[in-house]
Design a protein around this ligand. Sequence first.
Ligand code: 4AD
Ligand code: MG
Length: 433
Amino acid sequence: MAGQFERSTAVGVVSGTAGRMVELQGWVARKHAVGGLVFIILRDGTGYVQVSAKKGGESDAAFGKALEATKESAVTIRGEVKDDARAPGGKEVMARELVIDSKAEPWPITKTAAKSRSFLFDKRHLSIRGPKAIAAMKIRAEVISAAFDYFRGRGFFLISGPTFVQAAVEGGSTLFPVDYFGKKAYLSQSAQFYEEAALASLQKVWIFQPAFRAEKSKTAKHLTEFWMIEAEQAFADQKRNMELLEGLLHAMATAVLQRRQEELKTLGRTLKEFSLPIPRITYDEARNIASRKGFQFEWGDDIGAEAERAVSMSQESPFFITDYPLSARSFYHMTYPDRKDVTLSADLIAPEGFGELATGGQRIHDQAELMARIRSQDLPAEAFSWYLELRKFGMPPHSGFGIGVERTARWLAGLKHIRSASLFPRTVSRLSP
Ligand code: 4AD
Ligand code: MG
């Protein structure tokens, strides 16, 4: 009997024509029975479709099984596609056969239980089947796919770096220590230094891998493990670096807008288009904006969470904050030739209060200058010996950036908390499932 049905997927059916005989495989997302009729909303990776089974007649055999199939059971359904204006998508499948491949126990995520966020995240392995979690993951996947297309189209090579490292890229306070056969190692905060090493081999590189931060910040934008996309270009100044970064964000947003409207709708997100180039404001201007909104800070300090939020709220679309003071940046940042306390660096900031998505800048490429910087900041030169040595063997001016995947997905999808942009989030207070 199976032979007369075409193998298909739920969405394939919805868009297909009536009268086709199809086989669907998926999960029972919802079910309700009225009299001699059972309706199942079947879910697969591509979407949802309504399946019906009626007592008596052609779908009688399927009817009994449909009654038996519990929420979240995995099922195979064979049946006929019918036009039905009342069904979501305008099509439904009248089941002729229904096989329960794996029957589900009573679903633990009841309406009452679902009111507790911590319960939902304790049951994350199950709650990720919900429509909002699915929409967020599809948007995150779109962001990543867009990066692959973007970099390939611009001649960047994808490289990988180690996860076990010995030195800090972004300062020692957020390193996760691990015991490495009796030696102290750390989990990588950023692959930037490895990218810089690869420049002389490949000239333009990018990387996509997890980064780890032992920050005890319990905010809506901090994870302890997240995915970072980083890019580095030889012979490129900070201007070109910013153009590369804003182009990437634009490509990501465009991909989501073009391909994930359904998901944005599910999340209740109105995502606005933006055009290139995006606005650039300086650190000094950002400081003034924050100050006018009641968030003062000293020149030279990093822009704190509340001040950043205030500046972010003042804008309607993404923008750069440029020209950070050296005292607020990592040791490797290059400064203006005539302003030794201001770096050639920028943060990419999302509007609506979402805040920082990326940080980038031009690196010091001169060996003596880098050594002097390491000394002046009392950093252990031994830890950076190979990074310094790169400067002895053909290191041109170069720049790069790192953009957080979950932060970007969070902004695009309009998620309240960054953990919803991660399949299995790791935060200060969460290490499972
Ligand atoms: O601003 P960060 O610390 O910059 C760097 O690591 C540079 N070495 C990157 C480079 O130039 N190659 O991190 C880059 C981005 C941030 O802008 C943010 O989006 C994300 O990584 N990020 C986090 N995302 C989630 N949780 C955290 N705790 C994050 N810390 C940084
Ligand atoms: Mg940063």
